[in-house]
Design a protein around this ligand. Structure first.
Ligand code: SF4
Length: 317
């Protein structure tokens, strides 16, 4: 064996080891999300929405993989909506789905034509397009007898949505891992809720999924989402761990320490015993927040650090 063949063999082994590790991680994340939110139950028929992008390919692949050893029985049907965008390579998904041997349906609806006809040139088409697509997918789920609709949104989509809603919508709201459709007839699940986009991107590249470009409709990308995405990516590079902490915060909400009177009965706070599960206030205490390594090191923020590298919040009142 030549030196070059030997090195190529080693490289191949390392790549396959990395792919296995990544697959295990994604499987673990998806399995945990499914269990935490009771996303899939015995006898479910899960309709996986497949757009041809990295997220939905990964979702389908991991769900099929998990099903092999799942303690419950559930069916999977992949669905793609061919929206008749110019240049849509209609053969790619059927070929892929036949090759992996999964039940599937391709739904052909010219939503592209409707959107072009209804929306004046230069205006954003996404809102009507998404509404039409949602209706078609709900209808398809009913026709197929699916009990769950699985979408490929991941943890980074959820965080981006949280910030978008705060910045532009005035709401503390994200994408839930599981929800009821607006007509009350379908249950939507997001099994990739605990998965990082960069793991999905690496997995998709390593698996060589036949990606279909997502700009065929010619619509501009959502600039606000792009800005938020870049902000989060920058934080992730500069302050490792911050994304994880923010996602934990989404699972650790304290309504008595926000200011929505519909979630917490502030009006009836009385002296006496604290209601069960409600934190008392520590407004007069110095609250200790995380260490410097988790916090920005720029000039403005470093001024807040005390000698021990801790932030101390000023006393209130
Ligand atoms: S980017 Fe194009 S296909 Fe996607 S929602 Fe917007 S209009 Fe529809």
């Amino acid at each position: 064996m030549t030196e070059a063949t030997h090195l190529a063999g080693k490289d191949e082994k390392r790549q396959s080891y990395n792919l296995n590790k990544l697959q295990k991680k994604l499987r673990r994340n998806v399995g945990n999300a499914i269990a935490d939110f009771n996303m899939i139950e015995e006898g479910d028929k899960v309709m996986v929405c497949l757009s041809g992008g990295k997220d939905s390919y990964t979702l389908l692949d991991i769900l099929l993989n998990l099903r092999l050893n799942a303690p419950i029985h559930f069916d999977i049907v992949a669905v793609n909506l061919d929206q008749k965008q110019p240049g849509f390579p209609a053969h790619i998904l059927p070929e892929y789905l036949q090759r992996i041997g999964v039940e599937y349906r391709i739904v052909e609806e010219n939503t592209y034509g409707i959107v072009k006809e209804k929306i004046p040139e230069g205006k954003t088409t996404c809102s009507l397009c998404s509404r039409l697509r949602r209706g078609i997918l709900y209808r398809t789920a009913t026709e197929l007898g699916a009990s769950k609709i699985a979408l490929g949104h991941h943890r980074d989509d959820m965080l981006e949505t949280l910030f978008l809603n705060m910045f532009y919508g005035g709401k503390l709201k994200s994408m839930p891992p599981k929800l009821m459709s607006d007509d009350g007839k379908q249950i939507l699940i997001r099994p990739l809720a605990y998965c990082r986009e960069k793991d999905i991107a690496k997995y998709s590249a390593a698996k060589g999924f036949p990606i279909i470009p997502c700009n065929l409709c010619g619509s501009q990308p959502n600039l606000q989402r792009q800005v938020v995405k870049e902000m989060l990516q920058k934080w992730d590079r500069q302050y490792p761990g911050r994304i994880e902490t923010m996602f934990s915060a989404m699972q650790n909400i304290v309504p008595s320490h926000l200011c929505d009177g519909r979630l917490f009965d502030f009006k009836n706070i009385r002296r006496g015993q604290l209601p069960e599960g409600v934190e008392g206030d520590i407004a007069f205490d110095k609250e200790i927040l995380p260490t410097q390594s988790q916090l920005p090191a720029d000039e403005e923020n470093s001024a807040l650090f005390g000698d021990e590298g801790l932030i101390r919040i000023k006393e209130v009142g």
